[in-house]
Design a protein around this ligand. Structure first.
Ligand code: ARG
Length: 567
């Protein structure tokens, strides 16, 4: 479809030039195409109204001028319907060119060259230590992982960075909490759960005795000044936290090239603060040092607090400079919830004001807030659903289904893990990322309808047909019916969808596309018998199944789901 689209765009651009003497590039035209959901509306449609402003003509006039004598290889018929030019692709072209191209590329079909020679950094997951993973962390981890894979598939060299939250006054609080209510044995026995308990206790106690807060601040200052005893405990907490995080990352199949957290920048910030000052943008305000941003309609970015300590933003500015120097990225992406949008806008602007021309290579990719049953998510309120529990439950339920439907299945545990975890990931990534998510257990674990297990199941179906049926050694048929054509067309949209997901930083483009592939496949599978078909038709249909296997297999990977060839 990509090739057809390109040729069509060139022809339309030429038509416009000759009919209206206006130049609209083929690339611009290419961005405007639509792929109608109904076969009678054509295989590709050009919405002429998108040009009526530029050309000062009615959509109908433009459409008619374009359609008049339009000839593109593979186009069988062109119709003008209410301002749209609908183009119908011939069966012959669909099979020999579109399916043929797909089969020739095999598992490389859909890969882009957009990112060749380019490097991207992606900062995602980045949890704060001493807290267990809860569903609030799932968004950044799953979205980040998928965006990273989409870039990799598009040719980028990718550097995944886990910017661990391992520095800040909260670790002064944790140190105080540990010295008062903690014990080595309990922390060793219960890990992060125990750290969470004493941390929560700190808040309860500090309500009654606010001097605890001063004590915590003092402890953190000591840490900043290199107090070995406190730092040893802090390092130990960090190790415990990382070990726990790794369990979730392993389950999700997520990995990072760098685990340089916030504390990594401790010895690098002085130089950066000095640089900001030298650039003449640092201003003193009520004892603190800030970069005013009112010209950009934002509150100031605080660089040093009045007690001279650095904050989150100071570390982020330092990290961005370090990453640019270390990786020489072409873009650096940050995936966090939308609540942090202002923070990113502020520090990106500071980088620009420092005179760096790569401010616009910094990209914040926000996602919606997660609430639980309509309530705000808060560890302290104790309503956070732990990822461990969510995955555990999903795996358990999938296992029960396999047990019931396929009791002889050999690796039930392995398959239940893949399908269960995949179900949670798919659920997270199926709606646009910016949409707020209200987490409801029953919905997250509903496996009917348009869900992860449905996609996995369709993939298994395609694999098992291919495994059971040998490919006849004959030319494949080029005469195709409606369902076969729909199937090939849907598959051929894969590179277009990958590109859209890449440009919009939007994994849901892929998950929604996977559902289109599954719906088309299930119709095709139901209406087009394979085993009983004559050899050339069988060859065609099996080739289609190959396409489905490769596209769905790659799409599953792009979303971060593990595949299984059997259920
Ligand atoms: N640790 C932060 C949090 O849990 C997210 C960090 C995101 N990355 C960054 N470079 N600021 O909210």
């Amino acid at each position: 479809m990509l090739n057809f689209k390109k040729k069509l765009a060139v022809s339309i651009s030429e038509k416009i030039l000759s009919a209206f003497s206006v130049e609209v590039s083929a690339d611009e035209i290419g961005e405007m195409f639509e792929f109608p959901p109904e076969p009678h509306m054509g295989d590709v449609a050009f919405p002429s109204f998108k040009l009526s402003r530029t050309l000062r003509r009615s959509p109908q006039q433009i459409a008619e001028a374009i359609a008049d004598g339009l000839a593109v290889e593979g186009a069988e018929r062109v119709e003008v319907v209410s301002g749209y030019v609908n183009i119908f692709i011939s069966s012959e072209y669909t099979v020999t060119s579109m399916l043929g191209n797909m089969l020739a590329l095999g598992d490389d079909f859909g890969r882009l060259t957009e990112g060749e020679g380019k490097t991207m950094c992606i900062d995602y997951s980045s949890p704060n230590m001493a807290k267990r993973f809860h569903i609030g962390h799932l968004g950044t981890t799953a979205i980040g992982n998928s965006i990273k894979r989409i870039h990799e598939f598009s040719g980028y060299k990718c550097v995944g960075i886990n910017h661990l939250g391992d520095w800040g006054t909260q670790y002064g609080r944790l140190a105080v909490a540990y010295s008062r209510w903690g014990s080595r044995e309990e922390v060793e026995r219960l890990g992060v759960k125990e750290l969470e308990r004493i941390y929560q206790k700190f808040y309860i106690e500090a309500e009654k005795d606010p001097s605890l807060n001063d004590e915590a601040r003092a402890a953190f200052t000591k840490m900043e000044n290199g107090d070995e005893e406190l730092l040893a405990i802090w390092r130990w907490f960090k190790e415990i936290s990382l070990k726990e995080f790794m369990k979730t990352y392993d389950l999700l199949g997520v990995s990072f090239e760098s685990y340089d957290g916030e504390s990594f920048y401790n010895d690098k910030m002085d130089a950066v603060v000095k640089e900001i000052d030298e650039k003449g943008i640092l201003v003193e305000s009520e004892g603190a040092k800030i970069v005013p941003l009112e010209d950009y309609k934002m509150p100031p970015c605080i660089i040093l607090k009045s007690d001279g300590s650095t904050i989150y933003a100071t570390r982020d500015i330092t990290a961005a400079l370090y990453r640019k120097k270390t990786y020489n990225f072409d873009k650096c992406i940050y995936v966090t919830d939308a609540g942090q949008s202002l923070h990113f806008a502020q520090f990106f602007k500071v980088i620009g004001l420092m005179g760096y021309d790569w401010e616009d290579q910094l990209v914040h990719v926000p996602y919606g807030k997660v609430s639980i049953g309509g309530q705000k998510l808060a560890t302290r309120a104790g309503n956070a659903v732990l990822l461990e529990d969510l995955f555990g439950e999903a795996i358990k339920r999938v296992r029960a289904v396999i047990e019931e439907k396929n009791p002889d299945c050999e690796d039930k545990d392995e398959i239940a893990r893949k399908v269960g975890v995949g179900a949670v990931i798919f659920n997270q990534l199926s709606a646009g990322r910016i949409k707020d998510i209200n987490f409801i257990w029953e919905e997250a674990l509903n496996f009917d309808g348009n869900t992860g297990p449905y996609v996995q199941y369709t993939y298994v179906r395609a694999c098992s047909v291919l495994e059971k049926t040998p490919m006849p050694e004959v030319e494949m048929a080029t005469e195709i019916g409606e369902d076969e054509k729909e199937m090939i067309k849907t598959l051929s949209l894969f590179p277009i969808r990958v590109r859209q997901a890449l440009c919009e930083y939007e994994p849901s483009v892929i998950s929604r596309y996977m559902l289109d592939v599954c719906h088309a496949f299930n119709r095709f599978y139901h209406n087009c018998p394979i085993i009983k078909a004559d050899d050339s038709t069988k060859a065609l249909r099996l080739s289609i199944c190959r396409g489905v296997k490769s596209v769905l297999g790659n799409a599953l990977w792009l979303i971060g789901m593990e595949k299984t060839e059997r259920i």
